[in-house]
Ligand binder design. Structure first.
Ligand code: PEP
Ligand code: MN
Length: 340
């Protein structure tokens, strides 16, 4: 059972409800969101239903949520969440193009990419400064230097930036520069990281793990929401299968299911799903067709020289073509690209 407090409910009113529940032997978990506070009740549902909670000052409604994930479920909130990053809106009828290099390598590389993807219609710039690499001998990212380059690209183009945070110890540092914090596929079930990310206010892009179920992904989002941060964008980036022609298998049905089960926006990353440049265009169209809220793709001015994931990176020219096609097709799927 969940008690939803009215917008603007006072601390005293919240504490009063918690006291009443505790008095009836019900354990509580309070989640303070940007707009409202909800009190998660853990205990005998029938007993909780008997309490006159709606009569308490500040209470908006009391509702049963049957799913294991509660705050992120459509049962809890039927309308779509729209994550706002400055003027950019992710979710609802928006189809958001997120583009940029796999890794931040040089200032020139990032700024050139940012200018080109912005011109093509991208609304968010991606780029990794802390890279989760399989081999400890591979390029690990530029760290804070990379974050500064991303911030410079934002200053020049106005594009908000999304970048990965891999470690609890780096959250404040990454949040100082980034507009959206990315949790990578490998960290989707790093529960301590999820908990800490939920306690800060920047929006989060949560990538679904390549060996995780839809429910596990939504439970990971629940960890973040429980901390009070419901500004979460889910991302399908492919799962491991026996197929070898592609790096991963893009699970398009997961997009549809997550959008049915949750009010959170869902974007698709065809770059890490396919692992090959020639599949990015068709998979991006497929993402639009199944109702995704956007795509996140890797773009590099010279893919053959990329320090990471060059084989799946688009050239700016190819990104232009894909963005054009999406802009034409989006209205047929009830979506729009950018403010237009
Ligand atoms: C990325 O988007 O930079 C990335 C590392 O992706 P994933 O976590 O999905 O592998
Ligand atoms: Mn990559």
């Amino acid at each position: 059972m969940i008690v939803v407090m009215k917008t603007g409910a006072t601390q005293k009113e919240i504490e009063h409800v918690v006291e009443r529940l505790k008095g009836a032997g019900v354990e509580t978990l309070v989640s303070k969101g940007k707009y409202r506070t909800v009190i998660n009740c853990i205990g005998d549902e029938d007993q909780i239903a008997l309490l006159p909670l709606t009569a308490l000052p500040g209470v908006e409604k009391v509702m049963p949520v049957l799913k294991p994930f509660k705050l992120v479920s459509r049962e809890f909130q039927p309308e779509d969440t729209i994550v706002e990053v400055g003027k950019v809106k992710i979710g609802g009828d928006n189809f958001t193009l997120i583009a940029g290099p796999c890794s931040v390598e040089t200032e020139e590389q990032v700024i050139e990419t940012a200018k080109r993807v912005k011109k093509a219609g991208a609304e968010v710039l991606r780029g990794g400064a802390f890279k989760p690499r399989t081999s400890p001998y591979s390029f690990q990212g530029l760290g804070e230097k990379g974050l500064k380059i991303l911030a410079k690209a934002r200053e020049i183009t106005g594009l908000p930036i999304v970048t990965e945070v891999m470690d609890i110890r780096d959250i404040d540092l990454v949040a100082k520069y980034a507009d959206i914090l990315q949790i990578g596929a490998r960290n989707m079930q790093n529960f301590l990281l999820l908990t800490e990310i939920g306690r800060q206010e920047k929006p989060v892009l949560l990538k679904k793990g390549f060996s995780n179920t839809i429910e596990e992904c939504l439970m990971a989002a629940e960890y973040i929401a429980k901390g009070g941060n419901s500004e979460i964008v889910l991302c399908e980036r492919g799962i491991r299968t026996f197929e070898t022609y592609t790096r991963n298998t893009l699970d398009l049905s997961a997009v549809v299911i997550m959008k049915n089960l949750s009010h959170l926006p869902v974007v698709v990353d065809p770059s890490h799903a396919a692992g090959r440049m020639d599949l990015i265009e068709p998979l991006s169209m497929a993402a639009l067709a199944v109702g995704a809220d956007g795509i996140m793709v890797e773009v590099h001015p010279k893919p053959e020289e990329a320090l990471c994931d060059g084989q799946q990176s688009l050239t700016p020219d190819i990104f232009d073509r894909i963005a054009e096609k999406i802009k034409v097709l989006a209205p047929h799927f009830g979506k729009k690209v950018g403010a237009s």
